[in-house]
Design a protein around this ligand. Structure first.
Ligand code: GTP
Ligand code: SPV
Ligand code: MN
Length: 612
């Protein structure tokens, strides 16, 4: 298909204007076909950017530039007309100035390259909850990843019609080629982090990204559209766009519930979404592992779709033991970025479950090293980058639920929030009410992981609703949006249809720094408790901070003593007092008068209960 054959006048003009600005050598409208995918890979292999993996059919390894290994939060901008609308947790730039600067950068940026125009649907094509985006990019690596992560092609243009709504997503890796020049094995990008831009214009629902080819910076359907822009759309249209996995859980009586869970980046969403329960008779199946879009149905229940079509998962730590279903999902047709390459032509990473075969291994920077005998991580000597990722089609997951692409979505019974917290926060805690649940989401804290550049790993930061880097507007208004949706349901007499809200923590540590809770498959014990809570089972005790499991209501996993269980499931009063003052002084204080008053009321009420 040619540009002048595009039926949507707005889309055609947008493409033509950008061709004139970016001056690519050629333009291609992507059709999402297997032929197109294979052709992109031929280009990438011959440019020395992709290595075919002997051990995995139709699978390839990429090594990025060392400057381009994760989301660049310091270079991510929410460019609303009014600075106040971006709020204290986002980097704001004036949209007129930012567009001027970036237009200057975009000028001629695709010289020597092909411009790819990717029409994609976030969500099953034509679903009421789905949205259409079109990404312009000069990266064939982005094209193949978008093939897996979204639904690409002509069917999307058909739904878009002559004047349908789409989110324009501009992307360039910022590395034009001179005549005769090729990438020659070097990942093309702007290596100076300060010159990268991941910009969002929430008033006009546009995305402009420049200089990075990695993950959330470049696959613009994901964090940029499905969270930052979608959260603004959801605010304007009355729905929810969240950084949440969606899972289906079946109990031994064959009763089914759906649950959505927000955990910060690299804190266990993919693992939870595909968990293999250790509890007999329980089953977990996957709907999605990173993002949920949710709308209320006529019956008052909240229906969720997974807007994505694949998994862009954290590789290190993934093993047959920790995440069997992810390991099965990546056996073929998968893309690996910044993993190690073994002598026999397979990928390898820390905690993959076995030492590397052979004598040597190529690390993520392309250096040959002795093959590690064990899969233990050695600080500073990592073979795979800590944020190395796999891209795999969701339908390759052995436990993908049969309804995962149902256009009407699945009804959510419970939300869970959580983070990585070595102290204070109990294994699981149910909110006393919707408002208390929103309070819980709003104070989420987590130790920083490798999923973002330029942040000190390990220190605790507040990451409300796991949305800190992904909320496209003022976080105080976002809290209010959640409160308003709950109030509306309650006012309409449908409060009992609202999902129950829980807070979990798999990451408590003992004095020696060891995890107190085994996590992974054992988390099914907590899911089962939540499941029964949704049916109002008498398995809880009311405490100052919420509803905690009754002694014995969650059976201790092998190796966990009764004392540890009790520590994990009780209120650390002193810890919580510190938590409350930290939230009041350092977190809520940032939001000024846009922090809903009822959340301060929750804070006061908990403090009062802790002191009584
Ligand atoms: P993003 O894709 O960045 O949004 O990450 P995610 O939330 O999907 O995290 P993921 O499931 O990929 O897990 C990230 C890391 O946490 C991996 O190294 C996992 O092995 C580890 N992890 C996941 N679940 C658990 C758990 O229950 N306990 C412990 N100790 N570690 C876990
Ligand atoms: C995250 O960081 O939460 C991810 C990876 O899921 S990325 O797509 O790079 O944002
Ligand atoms: Mn994520």
């Amino acid at each position: 298909m040619k540009v002048n054959e595009l039926k949507h006048a707005g889309l055609k003009k947008w493409v033509e204007d950008n061709v004139a600005l970016m001056t690519p050598d050629s333009v291609e409208i992507c059709d999402g076909s297997k032929g197109e995918y294979d052709r992109m890979l031929k280009i990438l292999v011959s440019a020395g950017l992709a290595t075919p993996l002997k051990k995995r059919p139709n699978s390839y390894l990429f090594r990025s530039d060392p400057s381009d290994v994760a989301r660049a939060e310091s270079r991510t901008f929410i460019s609303s007309k009014n600075k106040d609308d971006a709020g204290p947790t986002n980097n704001w730039r004036d949209p007129v100035e930012l567009k001027q600067t970036m237009s200057g950068l975009y000028k001629g940026c695709m010289k020597g390259r092909t411009m790819y125009v990717i029409p994609f649907s976030m969500g099953p094509v034509g679903s009421d909850i789905a949205k259409i985006g079109v990404e312009i990019t000069d990266s064939p690596y982005v094209v193949i990843n978008m093939h897996i992560m979204t639904r690409v092609g002509k069917k999307v243009l058909d739904v878009l019609g002559k004047d349908g709504f789409f989110v324009p997503c501009l992307h360039s890796i910022a590395k034009p080629l001179n005549p005769g020049e090729s990438d020659n094995g070097k990942w093309p990008c702007e290596p100076d982090v300060e010159k990268k831009y991941i910009s969002h214009f929430p008033d006009t629902y546009e995305i402009w990204s420049y200089g990075s080819g990695y993950g959330g910076n470049a696959l613009l359907g994901k964090k940029c559209l499905a969270l930052r822009i979608a959260s603004a759309l959801a605010r304007d249209e009355g729905w929810l766009a969240e950084h949440m996995l969606i899972l289906k859980i079946t109990n031994p009586k064959k009763e089914v519930k759906y649950l959505a869970g927000a955990l910060p980046s690299a804190c266990g969403k993919t693992n939870l979404a595909m968990l293999v329960p250790t509890l007999k008779g329980w089953k977990v199946e996957t709907i999605g592992d990173d993002i949920a879009w949710m709308k209320f149905g006529k019956d008052g229940r909240l229906y969720a779709i997974n807007p994505e079509a694949g998994f862009f998962g954290v590789a290190p730590g993934t093993s047959e033991q920790s995440n069997y279903n992810a390991m099965q999902s990546i056996k073929k047709n998968s893309i690996f970025t910044n993993c190690g390459l073994t002598e026999d032509g397979d990928i390898w990473w820390e905690q993959i479950g076995y030492g590397a075969p052979g004598k040597t291994i190529i690390d993520w920077k392309g250096n040959e090293k002795p093959a590690p005998k064990t899969d233990k991580a050695v600080k500073g000597e990592e073979i795979a980058h800590a944020n190395a990722r796999f891209t795999a089609p969701a339908n390759q997951c052995p436990v993908i639920a049969k309804e995962w692409q149902d256009p009407k979505g699945v009804p959510i019974s419970a939300f869970l929030f959580g983070g990585r917290r070595a102290t204070t926060i109990p294994l699981v805690n149910q909110s006393k009410s919707w408002v208390h649940g929103v309070f819980m989401g709003s104070i989420t804290g987590s130790e920083i992981t490798a999923a973002a550049l330029d942040l000190k790993e390990g220190s605790v930061r507040r990451d409300p609703f796991a949305m800190l880097p992904f909320c496209g507007y003022h976080m105080g208004d976002y809290f209010n949006h959640w409160l308003k949706l709950g109030k509306k349901a309650e006012d309409e007499g449908k409060g009992d249809k609202l999902p129950k809200i829980f807070f979990v923590n798999w990451f408590r540590k003992d004095k020696d720094g060891h995890f107190m809770w085994p996590g992974y498959g054992e988390n099914s014990r907590v899911l089962a408790w939540m499941f029964d809570r949704c049916d109002n089972k008498d398995n809880f005790v009311e405490t100052a901070i919420g509803k905690l499991p009754k002694t014995g209501a969650i059976e201790a996993p092998p190796g966990v003593s009764a004392e540890i269980m009790s520590e994990l499931c009780s209120v650390d009063t002193e810890g919580w007092k510190n938590e409350i003052s930290d939230v009041r002084d350092k977190h809520y204080a940032k939001f000024g008068d846009r922090l809903p008053k009822v959340l301060y009321d929750e804070l006061d009420a908990i403090e009062k209960r802790l002191n009584s």
